[in-house]
Structure formats: structure tokens, C-alpha cells
Design a binder for this molecule. Structure first.
Ligand SMILES: [Zn+2]
Length: 333
């Protein structure tokens, strides 16, 4: 049993309380490799932004859960080395799908876990979430739960609406589970193809897709039911078109990739939404930078020469999100 406190990590409790009061959101960035983690830590150290490092199922399979945890521990020391006196770094399990997995992360030094039982019937979601909360809280580890199903590109337009979180359920759910934060569904979705062309309109000038707006009326109704309760948005990459264009200009193929417009995320960050998950955007930045190097210097074979520029572009992206979208800069001096 390792406590996250011994590793210099923090849970989300104080982070979220301050974020809701201050009208900003904490960035939750996924990491899978060293370059990505370096970029996150550098961006956060420079902007003095609290941060949630997320480990997904895919990351655990790719990089190994043990290695990722030691990397997060290293991130705290690296942040201090960069001159960030009191780094506020949370290590979070993204989309935990069983009690056993959540328990293993709690036991191993994670400071926060998500139990995603949103695909289960309502009562089963409550029972599993409650079980994880009861275990995690013994060690002061915070728990994120999910209610409602995020729409994906496979979904029909009509069914996307019915998957929204039901505001009339949130009080019962939060009270009975004791969860610390709640991921909701208001129209965000995972991946770089958040909407089908049929769900969007097309900008006649640029030919680019314009996505439908988030359901702020649902968010407002949830906040009315649960005043001051921490709300989480998953699938909140904006899919910057400059990266998509860079990728497509260098032999890539990402037609009609589209995300959540940043001004909508900015608006959400000012509300009780205090954690915004961003993953796809950094994948796009990484890929765009690597492709550019290969297109310009086909003879390059030193991974540092293409992972380095990828790292730089991701750092730029993270800083932009922190300063211009989430507003979390300067909140962790
Ligand atoms: Zn997610």
C-alpha cells in the first residue's frame, strides 16, 4: 500500500472547490509516454496550473500501469526542478471499469479514480460506484463517477439526445454514491470525429464542418439540482483545424475531423464544470509535428529529432488550453 501523499500528489477535492469558486477548470490530460508527460509538466510548471494526469485503459495496455505511476511520481520531482515550488499534480485513473482495478490504483498511489459504470442500469451504476467510493475514501482518494452516455459517431442523431444525463437523477445519484465529482453527457464525445457531417452544418467559406452546440440547458438544470457540485466533461478536444490541415498536407487522411469549439469549453469552464478532459488534441499535435519532420527531412531517423518537435508542439497546445480555454493559469503557485 502506497499513499499518494507520500508521492507528493494531491487528490481533486481542493482543486475542484477552488476551480468552481474561481470560475475556471482543471485540465485533465492523458499521458502515454515520456514526451507527452514532459510537455504537460513543462506547460503546467510554466503557467503554474494545477493538473490532472490521466491514465486510461489504453495507456495501461500500452505503457504499463506500474511504469506510468512511477513516471507520475517523477513528474512531481521534475516540476520542482523546473521551479514550480508547490506542484499540484493529481494522478487519476480514467474510465476505471471494475472495483478491482480502482482498488489496485488506490493501493498503488493514485490520488483519484474514475469508476465508469454508466453503461450499467442505474441501480447497478449506483451500487458499483458506492463500493469504489467507500474503499477509496478510506485513503482520501477522490472518486469520479459517470451518469449518462457520451454520444459517439456511431450514434444516430436522434439517440444522442436521449443519452444526455438526466438532471432529475443527479441528486439521488450523488447522495447515494457519495462520489466527489460527476462526469455528465451534454453533447461532448470521445475521439477526433465527434460528430458526423449530418449532425453538423458546413461553413460555406472554408468548407469545414461546424458542430452542433453543447446542451447548456442540461448543464444548467444539473447545476440547479446540485449547486456547487464538481462536474466533469469528457471528450472535450477541440480538434484544432491547423493540426488537421498539417496532417492532411503531409500525406495524412483525416477528412472532416471535428471537435468541441473552444469558446464553448471556455463557457463551460466558468460554470461548475471543473475538470475538462483533453486527449485527442495532443495526439493530433504529436502526429502533425512528426509528419512535418518526415515530410521535410525524409532522411531523419533519430527519434529525438521528430519526438522533440512533437513534444514542443504539445507543450504549446497545453499552454494554450490552460491560458485561453480553461483559465487555470496561476492557480497553483
Ligand atoms: Zn472519457
Amino acid at each position: 500500500m502506497v499513499s499518494f501523499k507520500e508521492l507528493g500528489l494531491v487528490n481533486t477535492r481542493e482543486m475542484f472547490a477552488k476551480a468552481i469558486k474561481g470560475g475556471y477548470a482543471i485540465p485533465a490530460f492523458n499521458f502515454n509516454n515520456m514526451e507527452q508527460l514532459q510537455a504537460i509538466v513543462k506547460a503546467c510548471a510554466e503557467t503554474k496550473s494545477p493538473v490532472i494526469l490521466q491514465v486510461s485503459k489504453g495507456a495501461r495496455n500500452y505503457a504499463n500501469q506500474t511504469l506510468l505511476r512511477y513516471m507520475a511520481q517523477g513528474a512531481v520531482e521534475y516540476a520542482k526542478e523546473l521551479g514550480w515550488e508547490h506542484p499540484q499534480i493529481c494522478l487519476h485513473l480514467d474510465h476505471g471499469d471494475s472495483f478491482e482495478l480502482c482498488k489496485s490504483c488506490v493501493d498503488f498511489g493514485f490520488s483519484s479514480v474514475m469508476i465508469d459504470a454508466s453503461h450499467l442500469p442505474y441501480e447497478e451504476n449506483i451500487a458499483l460506484t458506492k463500493k469504489v467510493v467507500e474503499y477509496a475514501h478510506q485513503y482520501d482518494v477522490t472518486v469520479e463517477a459517470e451518469l449518462g452516455v457520451l454520444a459517439g459517431v456511431e450514434d444516430e442523431v436522434s439517440s444522442a439526445v436521449s443519452h444526455y444525463t438526466k438532471p432529475e437523477e443527479v441528486v439521488d445519484f450523488a447522495t447515494r454514491t457519495g462520489c466527489d465529482s460527476l462526469a455528465i453527457s451534454i453533447g461532448t464525445s470521445h475521439g477526433a470525429y465527434k460528430f458526423t457531417p449530418e449532425q453538423c452544418t458546413r461553413d460555406p467559406k472554408t468548407g469545414k464542418l461546424v458542430p452542433p452546440p453543447l446542451a447548456f440547458d442540461v448543464l444548467d438544470a444539473i447545476m440547479e439540482q446540485l449547486p456547487g457540485f464538481p462536474i466533469v466533461l469528457h471528450g472535450s478536444s477541440s480538434v484544432p483545424q491547423e493540426y488537421v490541415d498539417m496532417i492532411n498536407a503531409t500525406g495524412g487522411k483525416l477528412p472532416d475531423a471535428v471537435g468541441i469549439p473552444e469558446e464553448q469549453l471556455r463557457k463551460a469552464a466558468k460554470s461548475a464544470v471543473c475538470k475538462i478532459n483533453i486527449d485527442s488534441d495532443s495526439r493530433l499535435a504529436f502526429t502533425a509535428a512528426v509528419r512535418k519532420v518526415f515530410a521535410e527531412k525524409p532522411g531523419e531517423f533519430d527519434p529525438r529529432k521528430y519526438c522533440g518537435p512533437a513534444r514542443d508542439l504539445m507543450e504549446e497546445l497545453y499552454k494554450h488550453k490552460i491560458i485561453n480555454v480553461l483559465g487555470s493559469n496561476g492557480k497553483a503557485e
